[in-house]
Design a protein around this ligand. Structure first.
Ligand code: 6PG
Length: 250
């Protein structure tokens, strides 16, 4: 059973039964995004997230049928954010994706644009920004072909947290975010970069997210109080893939 909730301009919301269903829909969208973007410039730039929700998606993309529908030689992987930990650490967003996907598909190392979480956060953020400018060109905002985001129970996305001044950053592409435990320090892409993407996909599952999700999807103004509610693409589209539990109050 699939429910479409109030397509609003550049925003589409799809409610699907469960995590498996939203992961499969996201895999289909990843394949089409990788194909659509390919034609003009022969390379595709995706920025992906860590956390638990997208893990099933990464596993799906690493195997048939999705794996064989993507020309991995064309895809460049970036991250929406990273935790300030070594890449071998269980909390590493790089590791989350590498173990489930990147180590299983034919992609060359120079297509993996990792955020070096093990380094000093300020240096890691500047190095990451330099890498992004090296790929997209030094001037203007990068246009990621696809950005995959999650949402925390407090409405945070990437490592942009409620009430944080990092939400007001407009000059830098990537910044360090200094947070207390359990989150710890992070590096994150900034809102202007995320909102400049051609396509943004939110993957949200579980009843613990229902309250904030209903605020974000029901009331544009109230929703803007949450970082995830400030994801409003300036040129592209945003698709919210949410499961029944998370949609409980929408
Ligand atoms: C991270 C993510 C973060 C995540 C949310 C949701 O580094 O953790 O980028 O923004 O998407 O915290 O996490 P879950 O999917 O685990 O609920």
């Amino acid at each position: 059973m699939e429910t479409l909730v109030r397509p609003e301009g550049k925003r589409k919301v799809q409610v699907l039964p469960d995590l498996e269903a939203i992961s499969r829909e996201a895999a289909t969208l990843f394949v089409s995004a990788s194909r659509n973007a390919m034609a003009p410039q022969k390379k595709v730039a995706v920025a992906i997230s860590g956390g638990s929700t997208p893990r099933r998606l990464y596993t799906l993309l690493s195997a048939a049928p999705y794996r064989d529908q993507v020309d991995w030689q064309m895809v460049h992987f970036f991250w929406a954010d990273e935790r300030c930990v070594p890449k071998e650490d269980e909390a590493s967003n790089f590791k989350t994706v590498y173990d489930r996907l990147l180590s299983k598909v034919p992609i060359s190392d120079d297509h993996i644009h990792r955020i070096k979480g093990e380094e000093d956060p300020e240096k890691a953020a500047r190095d990451y920004e330099a890498d992004i400018k090296g790929f997209f060109g030094a001037s203007g905002l990068p246009v990621f072909d696809l950005v995959l985001l999650g949402m925390g129970e407090d409405g945070h996305t990437a490592s942009l947290f409620p009430g944080s001044k990092s939400l007001e950053e407009t000059a830098r592409l990537a910044i360090p975010v200094y947070l207390k435990k359990p989150y710890g320090n992070r590096i994150t892409l900034t809102l202007p970069v995320l909102n400049n993407a051609a396509q943004i996909i939110f993957l949200v599952a579980g009843s613990s997210k229902a309250m904030v999700l209903s605020e974000i999807l029901r009331d544009r103004e109230k929703g803007g109080e949450f970082p995830a509610g400030r994801i409003r693409p300036v040129r592209g589209t945003v698709i919210w893939l949410i499961d029944q539990e998370a949609a409980g109050r929408v």
